[in-house]
Design a protein around this ligand. Structure first.
Ligand SMILES: [Zn+2]
Ligand SMILES: [Zn+2]
Length: 352
């Protein structure tokens, strides 16, 4: 075991440096030490990167990662050295009231990798090694066989499962599903809606490449720079609005647009991350339409197994949206490209 490793460290907003830092070690008996083979940059990483999350010190970024177990604590029962695993981006305790009610995203002690002190101060996985706490609850074995590859499974730890949950908790087969925002989570939500038997899936964005990608998964793309999304969705749904609308953006303007698209009695599902304390939205529209709202931190570990099974059956292929594969040494440039939307989804290899 080396004593130091390379890691993508956020030094200040917009400043990522690949540094030599100490290799972490197992602290709790329920921890697992992972040698990272693949890690991805997620839209949520832009919250600390752009300075929207206050950082008290440098942080190692990254909450989507997959690799091989290097060592396990004495209380870990599901995994042993040499196993290949993917980690959930959220770590929960497994024993509190919310966890027992199958709502681990609401766990009082929930933590997210690589987002700093406010989210539990866990070092992230954009590094050669990372410690995974509560390993038996947090990690899942990478399946052998089946039609999923490692790059699909990587996304079971966050974006694919987040997108899947956003539709699975809200839709029934045959429903019309409109997704506001064709970024990675929006595309995953669209893919999941198709896999779960939606009657119609509509993706709204202004970036042509994203709409094209959505159409490859069987969705209808609506270019918001050319059409009024509300007109387009009403037109496609016999003037009712969509049964389910997913706000995969996490910005006030997207939420306002989503409220306009949902039918009376329909469901608004919000996987997009909001950090604002208050928003100005047309609340009476929500009330008069009787819209159900589903939102909050994803209950990743509750849905991961279903997602991995659907990947194995070839029904979810999120690796299709990877636009760039780069070495961890190029992390600074990768973040720049991702923020500038020059890349849909970037995978970093810590070995390069
Ligand atoms: Zn994420
Ligand atoms: Zn808990």
């Amino acid at each position: 075991m080396p004593s130091t490793m390379k890691a993508a460290v956020l030094k200040a907003p917009h400043r990522v440096e690949v540094e030599d830092v100490p290799v972490p070690s197992i602290g709790e008996p329920t921890d697992l030490l992972l040698r990272v083979e693949q890690t991805a940059i997620c839209g949520t990483d832009l919250h600390p990167y752009e300075g929207r999350l206050e950082l008290e010190s440098d942080i190692i970024l990254g909450h989507e990662f997959l690799g091989t177990v290097e060592a396990v604590g004495s209380a870990v029962t599901q995994f042993s050295e040499g196993d290949r695993v993917v980690s959930s981006c959220v770590v929960s305790c497994g024993s509190c009231y919310q966890c027992r009610r199958h709502q681990p995203g609401n766990c009082a002690g929930s933590r997210i990798f690589g987002l700093g002190l406010a989210l539990g101060d866990l070092d992230g996985g954009q590094a050669e090694y990372v410690v995974v706490p509560s390993a038996d609850l947090t990690a899942r074995a990478v399946p052998t066989g089946g039609s999923a590859n490692d790059e699909d499974i990587l996304f079971a730890g966050d974006i694919m499962t987040t997108g899947y949950e956003a539709v699975a908790r809200a839709m029934r087969p045959g429903d019309s599903v409109a997704v506001v925002g064709g970024g990675p989570v929006g595309l995953c939500a669209a893919m999941a809606a198709v896999a779960l038997g939606a009657g119609q899936v509509i993706v709204i964005d202004r970036v042509k490449a994203r709409l094209k990608e959505a159409e490859r998964y069987g969705a209808i793309g609506v270019d918001a720079s050319e059409n009024d999304p509300a007109d387009a969705v009403l037109d496609l749904t016999d003037w009712r609005g969509a049964d389910v609308v997913v706000d995969a953006v996490g910005h006030e303007s997207a939420l306002i647009s989503a409220i306009a698209l949902v039918r009376a009695g329909g469901t608004l599902s919000i996987p997009g991350v909001y950090t604002e304390e208050s928003l100005t939205i047309p609340f009476s529209d929500l009330y008069l339409k009787g819209v159900k709202v589903e939102m909050g931190v994803s209950h990743i570990t509750e849905y991961m197994d279903e997602v991995i099974a659907l990947m194995g059956a070839g029904k979810l292929r999120p690796s299709d949206m990877i636009s760039h594969r780069m070495g961890l040494s190029e992390a600074a440039e990768a973040y720049r490209m991702f923020e500038a939307r020059e890349a849909t989804k970037i995978i970093l290899d810590p070995r390069n």
